[in-house]
Design a protein around this ligand. Structure first.
Ligand SMILES: [Zn+2]
Length: 235
């Protein structure tokens, strides 16, 4: 039997019909929305976008020259944002990324700290992972950001190599060393002289952002800022 639940969990159906909120899974909302108004209002805002020396920026700035770094919301285990990001990354809902990107884009639009950015780069996934997922979630977030904060997108300028060593049991230093060669510049001319905003879904240790950031900063006359939808100090 084709139950109501099955009907509403089909991503294609979501595009055309009212569906459940990806935050609370209880409220039915319009096809253009992904979070109900109650969930949007209870997203735990960090206010980092308006604050220098915030918890995302401090550790990154200690490790490389950056202009500004921030995340819009706290990412807490089993929280609304956690539910939404799970749908985005593991349940084939790319539109949730666009939606979250718009929320982040509205904050970027209002933040004086990010107005010098020239172009956006979504943190690249490796090709195998992207093929498996069907899309890069960071690229979907960037798509949403630029819908409200129009800036050029450089999706193909940086790539992530296929192979990375299993990193779970290694120390942070070793992990960072292994990350060094993970990213490579594909289109140097597109990046040269630009202030790049590197975008990811959730920032935890910042190790991957740092690795990609170093790769971008090796291109002549580049500046770097970082933005993410979520921030968590631990998994
Ligand atoms: Zn909700």
């Amino acid at each position: 039997m084709f139950s109501i639940l099955q009907k509403y969990t089909d991503p294609l159906v979501h595009l055309f019909f009212p569906h459940y909120c990806v935050g609370c899974s209880t409220d039915v909302i319009a096809k253009t929305q992904w979070l109900c108004s109650r969930c949007v209002q209870s997203l735990p805002a960090t206010n980092f976008l308006h604050t220098a020396q915030n918890p995302v920026e401090i550790p990154l700035a200690a490790r490389m020259p950056i202009e500004a770094a921030a995340a819009a919301y706290y990412f807490t285990r089993k929280g609304i944002l956690h539910n939404a990001i799970m749908q985005l990354k593991y349940h084939n809902y790319p539109e949730v990324g666009v939606y979250l990107g718009k929320l982040l884009g509205e904050q970027l639009l209002q933040s004086e700290r990010f107005q010098q950015v020239d172009a956006l780069v979504p943190l690249p996934l490796n090709a195998k992972k992207q093929a498996l997922r069907g899309y890069n979630q960071a690229a979907k977030i960037v798509e949403g950001i630029t819908a409200v904060w129009p800036k050029p997108i450089l999706t193909e300028a940086v790539a992530r190599r296929q192979f990375t060593k299993t990193q779970t049991k290694e120390s942070r230093v070793n992990r960072w060393e292994n990350m060094q060669a993970v990213f490579e510049i594909v289109d140097e001319a597109a990046l040269t002289g630009k202030h790049i905003l590197l975008v990811d879904d959730v920032i935890t240790t910042g190790a991957t952002i740092e690795s990609c950031g170093h790769t971008i900063l090796a291109v002549p006359n580049t500046k770097l800022s970082v933005a993410a939808v979520g921030y968590t100090s631990s998994h």
